[in-house]
Design a protein around this ligand. Structure first.
Ligand SMILES: *Cc1c(COP(=O)(O)O)cnc(C)c1O
Length: 434
């Protein structure tokens, strides 16, 4: 039997894989394949875990901000609104989706390294709480637009602390070479802060940084916070200013396979909170409200993708290929990053996975693979395969390559399933063609 990695997955008395207690074979029959299925109760549990851990370890004014680029549709913003979560939007399309879902836009943060004038105008018109300004050009443009629209816009400034989370002990300036933000070591960060303090129609509420993704312990965040707090202390001593918010970005890791470590988010937030308290005390600044922007860790484990097996090809002396009815259009992460997944023969989840195979998508593209080192129970044409931990950066990265319609998103809660995003039709795929 395979390890199922996360508490939202299980195996029922028929040996079938379950998600949120529902039989994946029944779900595949009802909704067809390919289909994304997500456990809403798991997502809500992650939000509550982050909210209470932040309140306990960072203080009452602190808050987790859900990074919608991990998984974005109207339903997730309804859930985030109900859970009282702030939202990080990285494009006007994400802002549109949040607003259309009735999400309270004063709780939204608008990111991006190249927001157009139209984007800035749109964000202000929706009443977005904070715009995270990335560059001096954006600062100037925003000031003019806010002035024209008769508003004072709250902002954060995106700062590059100079940390590469995967080599952070060795290369402390690794990430200065980035398209995002203004670097502290080059003096550009201080310059943009000084400018923002003197820019009309703008209120500088604090600083933002983001060190990376799939980070399994608090240390890169603590290192980033350390650098940001030292910078805040410098700003205080030179300009006598302090800011209410320090946002240290997203990036907590998620277990995709048994080889990934387990992560105790509450313990990591607690350890980070202690470091931040000590850093603030040492540099003599009043602790700001600490924000973080988890995306992946809120939604990834909640989701699976169900596929139907087409062919099983064994090439003597070479590999075995199991072809499925989806692939890189619904999950580009293997093609893009060689991301590893756990794959389960959903009807035989209680059997030992002893069949080595490559899981191939249906696109006319040799690189259209989901996994090259999968071990599954043996399958035949018509069997259902489940790829686990696809709740983040799958639906949100999906394309219509090869003119394949995007799968639906089925949400499961309290033993019931419903359609959160319907399956695309061929008409949808061709809807914009003249
Ligand atoms: C991508 C991103 C996040 C979310 O990162 P996860 O790894 O999904 O937690 C948060 N903030 C910013 C600015 C990002 O670019």
């Amino acid at each position: 039997m395979q390890s199922l990695l996360h508490s939202c997955y299980g195996i029922n008395e028929n040996g079938h894989l379950t998600i949120g207690g529902l039989d994946t074979i029944d779900l595949a029959r009802t909704y067809g394949t390919p289909a994304y299925v997500m456990d809403e109760d798991f997502i809500r549990g992650m939000c509550r875990m982050y909210k209470s851990a932040f309140a306990d370890s960072f203080g009452a004014a602190s808050a987790p901000v859900y990074a919608g680029k991990a998984f974005c549709c109207k339903e997730i913003y309804r859930i985030m609104a109900e859970e009282g979560m702030a939202a990080d939007c990285v494009s006007p399309g994400e802002l549109y989706t949040a607003n259309a879902a009735g999400y309270p836009m004063q709780n939204a943060y608008f990111h991006g390294n190249n927001k157009t004038d139209a984007d800035l105008r749109y964000a202000i018109s929706l009443g977005v709480g904070h715009i995270v300004v990335d560059s001096e050009e954006e600062l100037k443009a925003l000031s003019i637009i806010a002035g024209e629209m008769g508003v004072t816009q709250k902002i954060l400034l995106r700062i590059t602390p100079g940390i590469d989370p995967h080599t952070h002990k060795k290369i402390i300036t690794g990430n200065v070479d980035s398209k995002f933000g203004s670097a502290i070591v080059t003096g550009q960060a201080q310059k943009i802060v000084a400018e923002a303090l003197n820019t009309p129609h703008i209120v500088l509420d604090g600083l933002h940084c983001h060190v990376g993704s799939q980070i399994f312990d608090f240390e890169p965040f603590a290192d980033a916070a350390d650098i940001m707090i030292a910078f805040l202390a410098k700003l205080y001593s030179e300009y006598c200013v302090s800011f209410p918010i320090l946002n240290i970005g997203g990036g907590f890791g998620v277990r995709y396979t048994e080889d990934d470590p387990e992560i105790d988010y509450v313990a990591n937030v607690r350890a980070l909170g202690e470091k931040i308290d000590a850093q603030c005390k040492k540099s003599g600044i009043k602790k700001p409200a600490i924000m973080m922007e988890p995306g992946r860790s809120i939604v990834a484990a909640s989701g699976i993708t169900l596929y139907t097996v087409g062919s099983v090809k064994e090439i003597p002396g070479f590999r075995n290929y199991v072809s499925i009815d989806g692939g890189m259009p619904d999950n580009p992460r293997y093609a893009l990053y060689q991301s590893r997944y756990t794959i389960v023969a959903a009807e035989k989840a209680n059997l030992k996975p002893n069949y080595p195979c490559t899981i191939a998508g249906r696109c006319c593209e040799s690189g259209d693979l989901i996994a090259e080192d999968a071990m599954i129970a043996p399958v035949n044409r018509g069997d259902i395969l489940a790829v686990l931990v696809t709740g983040a950066y799958n639906y949100s990265m999906a394309s219509n390559y090869n003119r394949l319609p995007k799968p639906p998103v089925i949400m499961v809660s309290a033993g019931k399933a419903r359609v959160a995003v319907r399956r695309e039709t061929y008409e949808d795929v061709a809807a914009l063609d003249n």
